[in-house]
Write a protein that binds this ligand. Structure first.
Ligand SMILES: Cc1ncc(COP(=O)(O)O)c(C=O)c1O
Length: 398
């Protein structure tokens, strides 16, 4: 069968192989009475959405309008709720008609954005490592992909000064994103200010993927809404998936320059019909009634982070305490490096010997080579048990 070059370029990749291994392990665990799978490889929260959100969705679910297609005009109540939230959180007034767009996910938005703002062959820059939709969106748009590699030696701080003037002049789009998945760094407002300032100067669209905005454990998460210049050259992506634990409901939004929002809206116009009004009712309840939910779940993630870091240290695997919620970003243990294991090989062995699934960092780009992402998406006691479960295998190998 003919498959497009575009799709071939997307490739199956590290994540698909990791998923395949998890499925194989689960089948084997049933047959051979192995330890059950503990999946710490997906950034999908085990925590529940606010009850008020679930109730709002339930109440709207049976309405006829909830099962109808939803055109842009009908998303107005949702966009108005977004505008009010932006005003409360940032003191910034946005035009809900022209500067706000409903998305089916921040992933969907970031993946479709290059189609809206780039011509084939134009250059877009992503952080490396970064969330896969950033690169995939550029690939699908036939863009030339540049990367800004984040390094452990620089504490994962993007070296913005390493971008030369001629590079800035070539670029048409930068996809930035802090708090950052997978390095679990909150980042800094001044990095984003600098990127936005340069974006404006060199006429480069600055996209800021910010689904973890409310999930900073230490410090303050940056936002494009605090930068000057976003109304001409910026777009920021927010999501209900992480802060409100609504990942499966698929709802997010973008706020940005009128021209960028309008272009993305046009792309989406031929791709989706927004989201059901019932789910939008949940989003409205989240922003207007349960806007403190992220700060509530943050304490759960703080406990998980602190307990997991302490337990790993006890095991002999020192991991820096991350400044954002949900993930640990762990370097390959020294014994695994000495054995010449890659992050993917280590993750495969960890799974087959202990039943614990983590994500190989190389799946997020070469900047993630030699690193592993551990998602703190199980209760603290289960994460501690999982680390205990590693001990026999660890002790034999280390
Ligand atoms: C940086 C980043 N962007 C986007 C997403 C996907 O978010 P959504 O569920 O809103 O599509 C994730 C999910 O892990 C993420 O880490």
């Amino acid at each position: 069968m003919a498959i497009s070059k575009r799709v071939k370029q997307l490739g199956a990749g590290v994540f698909a192989r990791n998923d395949f291994r998890k499925q194989a392990y689960q089948r084997e665990a049933l047959e051979k009475d192995l330890l059950p799978l503990i999946d710490l490889s997906l950034g999908s929260s085990d925590l529940l959405p606010p009850p008020v959100v679930v109730k709002a969705i339930q109440s709207a679910f049976e309405l006829k309008s909830s099962s109808s297609y939803c055109l842009h005009a009908s998303t107005k109540p949702f966009r108005d709720a977004v505008a009010l939230w932006i005003q409360r959180r940032f003191g910034v007034k946005v035009d809900s008609e022209k500067e706000v767009l409903l998305l089916v996910g921040s992933q969907e938005g970031t993946a479709h954005l290059p189609l809206a703002v780039l011509n084939q062959g134009q250059s877009g820059l992503i952080l490396d490592p970064s969330y896969p939709s950033h690169k995939a969106g550029l690939l699908l748009a036939g863009a030339n992909i540049e990367t800004l590699v984040l390094k452990a030696s620089q504490l994962w701080k993007p070296d913005i000064n390493s971008l030369t003037c001629s590079q800035w002049d070539q670029l048409r789009l930068i996809i930035f994103g802090f708090p950052h998945n997978p390095t679990a760094q909150v980042g800094s407002q001044c990095w984003l200010d600098e990127i936005m300032e340069n974006g404006k100067k060199h006429q480069v669209v600055i996209a800021h993927d910010n689904p973890y905005f409310d999930l900073a454990l230490d410090g303050q998460a940056p936002s494009l809404m605090r930068c000057t210049g976003w109304r001409e050259w910026g777009i920021e992506f927010f999501s209900f998936s992480k802060g409100w634990c609504m990942g499966g409901f698929r709802l997010a939004f973008a706020v940005g320059a009128e021209s960028i929002i309008s272009a993305l809206k046009q792309v989406k116009g031929v791709i989706d019909f927004n989201q059901s009004l019932a789910i939008q009712a949940g989003g409205i309840a989240a922003l207007s009634i349960a806007d403190d939910w992220p700060s509530f779940i943050l304490e759960t993630y703080r406990e998980r982070r602190d307990k997991a870091v302490a337990k790993l240290k006890e095991l002999g695997w020192p991991v820096d305490s991350p400044s954002m919620a949900m993930y640990l970003w762990a370097s390959l243990p020294s014994w695994a490096k000495a054995q010449g294991l890659t992050d993917e090989e280590f993750a495969a062995k960890l799974l087959s010997h202990t039943g614990i699934a983590v994500t190989p960092g190389s799946g997020f780009g070469i900047g993630g080579d030699g690193w592993l992402r551990i998602a703190l998406v199980r209760p603290a006691a289960e994460i501690e048990n999982a680390i205990d479960q590693m001990k026999p295998w660890w002790n034999v190998n280390s």
